[in-house]
Ligand binder design. Structure first.
Ligand code: HEM
Length: 411
C-alpha cells in the first residue's frame, strides 16, 4: 500500500466503491505509516482485537502523537461525558446493563418485538406518502424519516422536535470521521457545540419525563431503580444522546444501501417480493456486503500488542476496518459476491465483543420491515443515478440521495 493509504480511504472520490482500496490494504494486515494510526484490515485480526481487553474504546487512553483520530474535544472541555460506546469496563458494562433493562431481555424481552406492528405502520404510511409521482428520493422520503421516527418513539422524543436535533446529529456523525488534514480544533469545537446543545435539549426532556413518566425508554431510564441504582443525570444525558445518534445515522444507510444493492440485482429484488421471509438472511448479507459502519477509528492499545508479527506500542491509535474484514477471502468464500443464501455469515457489520451493537435487534427488524415492504409495494422500481451521490462521511458511509423511478405504488 502506498503512503497515501489513509487518504485514499478518506478521499470522497472513493466513497462509491472503497472495496478495491481495502483489497490492497489487506496485503498489509497491520498497516502503519509515519505518525498515523495502525490500520487493521483482515477479518481474524479485527475480530480478535475487538475481544482483547488490552484494547480501549476510551480516547483518554491515547498517549501517542498519532494523527488521524476522530475530532473530539478533550473530555474536560466536552459538554457531556462520553456515552458507554467510548467507555471501558467497568463503567461501560454498568451503563450498558442499565440501559438494557428497559430495552431487551431479561427485563424487557418484548420491547423490540412489541414494536413490530408499529414499525410496519410507519413504513406503510411513508410508502403511501410516496404517491404516484413516478420519481422519489428514497433517502429523503423514506430511509431517513423511518428510523428517526422509530428512535424518537422508543426514547419518547417528540417527533416535532426532530428538526432541532437533525443538525446536531449530522455534526456529531461527521465528527466521527478521522481527518488528518482538518484543523482538529475547529472540528472539535463544532462537535462540542453540537453536544452541548443536544445535552441542553435532552436535559429539558428528562426533567419533563421525571415529572410525567410514560412507557418510553427515557422515562424508564430516568426513574430506574434496578440493582445498579439510578443513573446520574450526566450519565442519563450521554446515554440518551448516544442512543439518539446511534439509532439515527446507521439504519438510514443500511436501508439505502440495501435498496441500492437490490436495484442493482433485479432477480434478488423479485425473490424478496415473492418471499418476504428472505429479508432476514438478506439483511445479514447486507451488513456484511455494504456495512453502514465501515471502520472503527477510535481504539487505543493499553499495552504493547503483537499482531501478525508487528508490535503495536501502548497508547497507539487503531483503525479497525470492519468493511474490509467483511470482504476478507480468508474468511468468506467469494466475498465480493452479494449472496443472500450465504449460510456462513458471521460478519463484523454490527461490531463484535463487549461493544457490539446494542440496538442490533431493532436495526435488523427495521431493515427487514423496510426492504420487504419496499420490494412488495414499489411497481417496477429503477435506479436513476448509479452510483448515487454519497454523503461525505467515510466511517458512516451511505448515499446522500437515492433517486428512483417507479411505475406506481401497490396497495
Ligand atoms: C443498521 C444499523 C446499525 C449499525 C450498522 C450499527 C453498528 C454498530 C457498530 C459497528 C457498533 C460497535 C461500535 C464499536 O465497537 O465501537 C455499534 C455499537 C452501538 N450501537 Fe449500533 N448500529 C446500528 C443501529 C443501532 C441502533 C438502532 C441503536 C439504538 C437503538 C444502536 C445503538 C448502539 C449503541 C448504544 C452502541 C454502543 C454499544 C457499546 O459500546 O456497548 N445502534 N453499532
Amino acid at each position: 500500500m502506498t503512503q497515501s493509504a489513509l487518504h485514499q480511504i478518506l478521499d470522497y472520490a472513493n466513497r462509491p466503491n472503497p472495496y478495491p482500496i481495502y483489497e490492497e490494504l489487506r496485503k498489509t494486515p497491520v498497516f502503519h505509516e509515519d505518525d498515523g494510526p495502525y490500520v487493521i484490515s483482515t477479518y481474524y485480526e479485527i475480530r480478535s482485537l475487538l475481544h482483547d481487553p488490552r484494547i480501549s474504546s476510551d480516547a483518554r487512553n491515547l498517549t501517542s502523537t498519532t494523527g488521524g483520530g476522530p475530532a473530539e474535544p478533550p473530555q474536560e472541555e466536552s459538554a457531556l461525558p462520553p456515552g458507554f460506546l467510548k467507555l471501558d469496563p467497568p463503567e461501560h458494562d454498568r451503563l450498558r446493563r442499565m440501559t438494557n433493562r428497559p430495552f431487551g431481555p431479561p427485563h424487557s424481552p418484548h420491547r423490540v418485538d412489541g414494536m413490530r406492528e408499529e414499525l410496519h405502520d410507519i413504513v406503510s404510511g411513508l410508502i403511501d406518502g410516496i404517491g404516484d409521482t413516478g420519481r422519489i428520493d428514497l433517502v429523503e422520503q423514506f430511509s431517513y424519516p423511518f428510523p428517526v421516527t422509530v428512535i424518537c418513539r422508543l426514547l419518547g422524543v417528540p417527533r416535532e422536535d426532530e428538526a432541532r436535533f437533525h443538525t446536531w446529529a449530522d455534526t456529531l456523525a461527521a465528527s466521527l470521521d478521522p481527518d488528518p488534514d482538518a484543523d482538529p480544533a475547529g472540528r472539535g469545537k463544532e462537535a462540542h457545540d453540537a453536544r452541548m446543545e443536544l445535552g441542553m435539549y435532552l436535559a429539558g426532556l428528562i426533567e419533563e419525563r421525571r415529572k410525567n413518566p410514560g412507557e418510553d425508554m427515557l422515562s424508564q431510564l430516568a426513574t430506574a431503580k434496578g440493582g445498579d441504582g439510578p443513573m446520574s443525570t450526566m450519565e442519563l444525558l450521554s446515554t440518551a444522546a448516544l442512543l439518539l445518534i446511534a439509532g439515527h445515522e446507521t439504519t438510514v444507510n443500511l436501508i439505502t444501501n440495501g435498496m441500492l444493492t437490490l436495484l442493482r440485482r433485479p432477480d434478488v429484488l423479485q425473490r424478496l417480493r415473492e418471499d418476504p421471509k428472505l429479508a432476514v438472511p438478506l439483511v445479514e448479507e447486507l451488513l456484511r456486503f455494504e456495512p453502514p459502519v465501515q471502520l472503527l477509528p477510535q481504539r487505543t492499545t493499553l499495552a504493547d500488542i503483537e499482531v501478525r508479527g508487528v508490535t503495536i506500542p501502548k497508547g497507539a491509535s487503531l483503525w479497525l476496518v470492519l468493511a474490509s474484514g467483511n470482504r476478507d477471502p480468508q474468511r468468506f468464500e467469494n466475498p465480493d459476491r452479494f449472496d443472500p443464501d450465504r449460510r456462513d455469515i458471521q460478519h463484523l457489520g454490527l461490531g463484535s465483543g463487549i461493544h457490539s451493537c446494542f440496538g442490533a435487534p431493532l436495526a435488523r427488524l427495521e431493515a427487514q420491515t423496510a426492504l420487504s415492504e419496499l420490494a412488495r409495494r414499489m411497481e417496477n422500481p429503477r435506479l436513476l443515478e448509479d452510483p448515487p451521490p454519497y454523503r461525505q462521511n467515510a466511517v458512516l458511509r451511505g448515499p446522500r440521495h437515492l433517486p428512483i423511478a417507479c411505475d406506481g405504488i401497490r396497495p
